[in-house]
Ligand binder design. Structure first.
Ligand code: ATP
Length: 460
C-alpha cells in the first residue's frame, strides 16, 4: 500500500489535499494522471450502464436537496455510526470498527434496537495509550449522525440548515415521476447517476478508501416486484463483469450475503462486495434489493403520486420496487491501482526491477507516449506533428529528456500501454518503433499505419 501511495504522489496520480497548508484530514486531490484515470472509469461506467442500454437513463442532480428528502429517507433519524470517546485524550473512534471493541445491535421483534459494547481486556487508546474500561476511561457509545450540515442563504439559522447529500440515490427517487413522464420508459428500467457525496466520517483513512467527500456511481433499477430475484442475480453478474474488466482478480473479491439482522429492515437481500485491501477485507461495492421503501416513503411524505401504471393493464397501478447496485468511484480507483501495481525482475539482471502499472488499456491514464530518440530538430519535425495528430485520438505524452531506457521505465510506472519511438531511421523509412508495456517487445510500424495499429491494439 505504501508503495502505491508513494507512486501516486511521486507521479501525479493523487496528492494530499491542501498540502501547502499542512493538508486537511484525509482529503485527497487527483493530479494530472489521477484526473485522467478517474475520468476513464467514470466514462466507461456511464457508457456501459447508461448509453449502451435502452433500459437506462441518466440523471445529474443537485448536491443539496430540500431537507424534507432526508427526513423521508430516514437519514436524519438513522444515518448514524456508533462513536466512542477516550476519556483521557478525547480521541474518537467508531465502536464497530476499532480493534479490541465488539459492538453489536440486537433487533427486538418490537422493532426496538439495543446496542452492546464489549471491550477486550487490555485494549488501549491508539492515540494516548490509556487502557480502556467501559464507563471509566472509555465513554459508552453514542449515535453520531454522519450528515454534513451547512446553511443556505446569508443567515445561519436553524430554518436555513441544509445537508450535503450523504448518498446520491435520493435524487433518483425524488425525480422518478419526472423521468418516467419525460422518457416514457416502461418497467424494468433504471435511473443512473454519478457524483459527490459527503459523510462526516468519524475515522476517515486508509488513503482514498474512506474520506469525508467521495464520489459514487449508482443506479436505481425499477422493477415489478415479481421479478426481483432474477433481476438481483442479473445485476450481481454484471457487477462481477465490471470488476473483471477493471482488472480486479476474482480471488481478491468476496460476495458477502448480508444477514437479516444486519440488513436494512426493508431489504430482502443485500450483498456486500468486499475486497482484500492491504489493510483487511472491507467493502468495495454494494448491491441491495430495497423493495418499495424509498418511493413509498417519498410518496407519503411529499403527497406526490409515485405509482406506475401497467401499460398492459391500466387498472394495475403499483409502486415499483428497486434494485440498487452501488459503485464507489474512489474505491474503484484504489482497487485499480492496487491490482495494477507490479514489480518485475528483468531477465539477466538480478538487480534490475521495473515498476509497472498493469492497468487494463482502457483504464490507463496515458495511452501512447511519443519519444523522439534525441532532441535534435530533424526528429522533432516528425515527432511533434505525430504527437499533435495522435493526441486527437488518444491521451498522449511527449517525452524527450534522458535516455530512452529511462523514458520507457517512466511510462511503465504510470501504465502507458504503448511507447512510440522516433529514431534516425524514421527519416528514411517513415516507420517508428512501437514498444508494448507488458511484453516489452518492439515492433516497427509505418507512420501511415500507426492510427489503425494503435486503435486496434488499444481496443483489443
Ligand atoms: P462502509 O461500511 O465502508 O462505511 P457503507 O456500507 O456505509 O460503507 P454505502 O452507504 O453502501 O457504504 O455506500 C455505497 C458505496 O460508497 C460503498 O460501497 C463504497 O464504495 C462507497 N463509500 C461509502 N462511504 C465512503 C467513504 N467514506 N469514502 C469513500 N467511499 C465510500
Amino acid at each position: 500500500m505504501d508503495k502505491v501511495v508513494s507512486l501516486c504522489k511521486r507521479r501525479g496520480f493523487i496528492f494530499p489535499g491542501s498540502e501547502i497548508y499542512g493538508g486537511l484530514q484525509n482529503s485527497w486531490d487527483y493530479g494530472p494522471l489521477g484526473a485522467e484515470l478517474k475520468k476513464n472509469i467514470k466514462d466507461e461506467w456511464w457508457n456501459r450502464f447508461v448509453r449502451q442500454r435502452s433500459d437506462m437513463v441518466g440523471l445529474d442532480a443537485a448536491l443539496i436537496m430540500n431537507p424534507k428528502v432526508w427526513e423521508a429517507s430516514g437519514h436524519l433519524a438513522t444515518f448514524n455510526d456508533p462513536l466512542v470517546e477516550c476519556k483521557k485524550c478525547h480521541a474518537r473512534y467508531r465502536a464497530d470498527q476499532t480493534p479490541g471493541l465488539a459492538y453489536s445491535v440486537e433487533k427486538l421483534s418490537t422493532g426496538i434496537e439495543t446496542k452492546h459494547l464489549a471491550v477486550a481486556q487490555g485494549t488501549k487508546c491508539a492515540s494516548c495509550g490509556e487502557i480502556w474500561f467501559l464507563g471509566k476511561t472509555l465513554e459508552s457509545p453514542k449515535q453520531f449522525n454522519l450528515m454534513l450540515k451547512t446553511f443556505l442563504g446569508p443567515a445561519q439559522e436553524q430554518a436555513n440548515t441544509v445537508y450535503f447529500r450523504p448518498e446520491i440515490a435520493q435524487a433518483m427517487f425524488v425525480n422518478f415521476k419526472n423521468v418516467l413522464d419525460t422518457s416514457r420508459k416502461r418497467l424494468p428500467f433504471g435511473i443512473a447517476s454519478q457524483g459527490s457525496a459527503f459523510r462526516n466520517e468519524i475515522t476517515p483513512g486508509n488513503f482514498i478508501f474512506r474520506t469525508r467527500e467521495f464520489d459514487l456511481m449508482e443506479f436505481e433499477y425499477f422493477i415489478n416486484p415479481k421479478d426481483w430475484e432474477k433481476t438481483f442475480e442479473y445485476w450481481l453478474t454484471e457487477m462481477k463483469r465490471w470488476l473483471h474488466d477493471l482488472g480486479v482478480t476474482s480471488e481478491h473479491l468476496h460476495f458477502v450475503e448480508v444477514s437479516k439482522e444486519d440488513r436494512a429492515h426493508y431489504s430482502q437481500r443485500t450483498v456486500d462486495v468486499e475486497y482484500d485491501y492491504p489493510f483487511g477485507q472491507k467493502e468495495l461495492y454494494g448491491l441491495a434489493y430495497r423493495g418499495d421503501f424509498d418511493l413509498k416513503s417519498h410518496a407519503e411524505k411529499s403527497g406526490a403520486d409515485l405509482t406506475y401504471t401497467d401499460p398492459e393493464d391500466q387498472k394495475n397501478k403499483f409502486i415499483p420496487h428497486v434494485i440498487e447496485p452501488s459503485f464507489g468511484l474512489n474505491r474503484s480507483i484504489l482497487v485499480a491501482l492496487l491490482e495494477a501495481y507490479d514489480e518485475e525482475k528483468i531477465a539477466g539482471d538480478e538487480e534490475d526491477v521495473r515498476v509497472v502499472m498493469r492497468f487494463p488499456k482502457w483504464v490507463a491514464p496515458v495511452k501512447v507516449a511519443i519519444l523522439p530518440l534525441s532532441k535534435k530538430d530533424e526528429l522533432a519535425v516528425i515527432a511533434k506533428p505525430l504527437y499533435a495528430h495522435l493526441s486527437k485520438l488518444f491521451v498522449c505524452d511527449y517525452d524527450e529528456t534522458q535516455s530512452i531506457g529511462k523514458r520507457y521505465r517512466r511510462q511503465d510506472e504510470i501504465g502507458t500501454p504503448y511507447c512510440v519511438t522516433v529514431d534516425f531511421e524514421t527519416i528514411a523509412d517513415k516507420s517508428v518503433t512501437v514498444r508494448d508495456r507488458d511484453t516489452m517487445k518492439q515492433e516497427r510500424v509505418l507512420i501511415a499505419e500507426l492510427d489503425r495499429y494503435l486503435s486496434g491494439k488499444l481496443t483489443s
